[in-house]
Write a protein that binds this ligand. Structure first.
Ligand code: PLP
Length: 505
């Protein structure tokens, strides 16, 4: 695509105005000098920009032009459109399907290709504002160590999603488009089922982990719900009357307390214990949890959102299991609840009969197709590689700050997760400091209404004084040794900055 001179010059001139402080009008003669655009040409362009309400003129000495709106409210496409510059990439002048670009009035074979490209360009230019261009490229957080928050989309998942997006069908429709959509969903269901070791009939697609957890906790007809003290809020807050089972200082659920609570009686119970914790990575003794629960006739739900795609284990034995695609390279917007055959569950959403009547609503085709592709790709991941990277990074960070605290380090942990606290630097400062050094990590504590709340997980483990200090570094399929080197550098830099501040205070 070749953007014409008018559009390019208009954007350059508008950016010139945007770089001005906005208080003083800019003379077109100055813009002409700086941008090397003929003055007479600029005058014509500005007449159009003014007519479209993008600039206003100030007359008299010291006069010139000002942006008519703040730079963040003017898109590049606004400017290009104002000077009538078509972002035309097809030689076909006609948009009418009946009038083609060939001599015989048919369309050339590549018409739709170029027309699609033209639409993409316009959408792109619409999404970029004058302010974006004036600000210039921002240093991105180029080292991403926040896979437990969300993992970058895998190329396999992107491809599956984009192929699915080409399918117009609703999986509930009986025509060929619908049947195609249905087959993509059923393929993904088979992949998920084979990974978990269950029947495809036991896989209920949801919009993600939160919805799966809510369905699991609210769907069964149980009188008592028991949850561990370090569950994700989508479990912990699902049932207000739930009994909390404490964890030890590694973050592992107290099996004796669980057994004692179940032994109290009081009707059918549901026990919900996660497979691996999102903040510390600690792996729960799920085999024992299932054993204890079954002895007391209780159902077991396992939030395997952080475990799935990373390791297989006893979580697969639970009666209900939650999964989320975006934690291991799928898209947000797809997850699943595994509902083992015979587990009584009532739907929480009413509507169509999708997902065996347990989750009404049209399935998100692209996200589900990407889910299947991400599961297949994740099965080939070398998790030992991540463990080596994590362990080495952890050792170097401890070396630099020997009184730093590692959480759940002596317990079984996910290979990809490191939760660490610098005793003198709070988590928020540490995350910002890493961000300055282009490394993306997370705070254990959550931000709520603009205030940093202490990490409830670290508190439940018995470290209240460190609950505002714990940060999480989480690796994944895209992590490299360079990411870990950058993290160690950022950690050391934060430590040095802190020491310097303390000396000068
Ligand atoms: N469960 C755990 C352990 C999580 O870490 C998360 C997300 O961070 C969720 C559930 C929620 O998953 P989703 O983001 O797919 O709703």
């Amino acid at each position: 695509m070749k953007l014409g001179t008018r559009g390019r010059y208009a954007v350059m001139a508008m950016v010139d105005l945007g770089l001005n402080d906005g208080m003083h009008p800019v003379r077109l003669a100055d813009v002409s000098d700086r941008q090397e655009i003929p003055l007479s040409y600029l005058e014509q362009l500005f007449a159009r920009l003014r007519r479209h309400g993008l600039v206003r003129s100030v007359r008299g000495p010291g006069g010139g032009y000002l942006l008519a709106h703040p730079a963040h409210r003017i898109s590049i496409m606004d400017v290009v459109a104002a000077v009538d510059e078509p972002t035309q990439v097809t030689r076909c002048q006609s948009e009418s399907p009946s009038r083609g670009c060939m001599a015989n009035r048919t369309r050339c074979r590549t018409h739709d290709l170029w027309a699609g490209l033209g639409n993409h360009i316009e959408t792109y230019l619409d999404g970029v504002t004058l302010e974006d261009v004036c600000r210039g490229p921002q240093p991105a957080a180029t080292h991403y160590l926040d896979h437990n928050a969300t993992s970058p989309l895998r190329s396999e998942a992107r491809k599956a999603a984009s192929q699915a997006m080409a399918c117009a069908g609703n999986a509930s429709s009986v025509h060929r488009h619908g049947r195609h959509a249905r087959s993509l969903i059923e393929d993904a269901r088979e992949i998920v089922a084979s990974y978990v070791g269950c029947s495809p009939l036991e896989v209920v697609f949801t919009s993600g982990g939160t919805e799966a957890n809510n369905l699991a906790l609210l769907g069964p007809d149980t009188r008592r719900v028991l949850v561990s003290a370090i569950e994700h809020p989508s479990v912990a807050r699902a049932v207000s009357s739930a009994v909390t089972i404490p964890v030890d200082h590694h973050g592992r659920v107290d099996l004796e307390a669980l057994e004692a609570e179940l032994a109290h009686g009081g009707g059918p119970a549901l026990v919900s214990v996660m497979a691996a914790n999102n903040e510390t990575g600690v792996v729960q003794p799920l085999e024992d949890v299932v054993h204890v629960a079954r002895q007391h006739g209780a159902l077991v739900h396992c939030d395997a959102v952080q475990a799935a795609g990373r390791y297989c284990g006893a979580w697969q034995e639970a009666d209900l299991v939650s999964l989320s695609a975006h934690k291991f390279g799928g898209m947000t917007g797809a997850g699943a609840l595994i509902v083992r055959d015979g587990v009584p569950l009532a739907a929480r959403s009413r509507g169509g009969g999708q997902e065996y009547g347990l989750r009404a609503g049209t399935e998100s085709l692209a996200a589900i197709a990407a889910f299947g592709a991400a599961v297949t790709a994740a099965r080939g991941d070398d998790t030992a590689r991540l463990r080596r990277l994590r362990d080495d990074m952890e050792a170097r960070m401890l070396d630099a700050v020997p009184d730093a605290v590692i959480f759940s380090g002596d317990a079984g942990r996910l290979d990809n997760t490191l939760a660490i606290a610098h005793p003198d630097i709070d988590a928020e400062t540490m995350v910002m400091s890493f961000d300055l050094d282009c490394v993306a990590i997370s705070a254990g504590s959550a931000c709520s209404s603009g205030r940093m709340e202490p990490s409830s997980v670290i508190e439940a483990m018995g470290f209240p004084s460190l609950s505002r200090h714990a940060v999480r570094l989480s690796l994944g399929w895209s992590s490299t040794p360079e990411d870990c080197d950058a993290a160690v550098r950022a950690w050391k830099a934060a430590h040095v900055r802190h020491q310097t501040r303390r000396k000068t205070a």
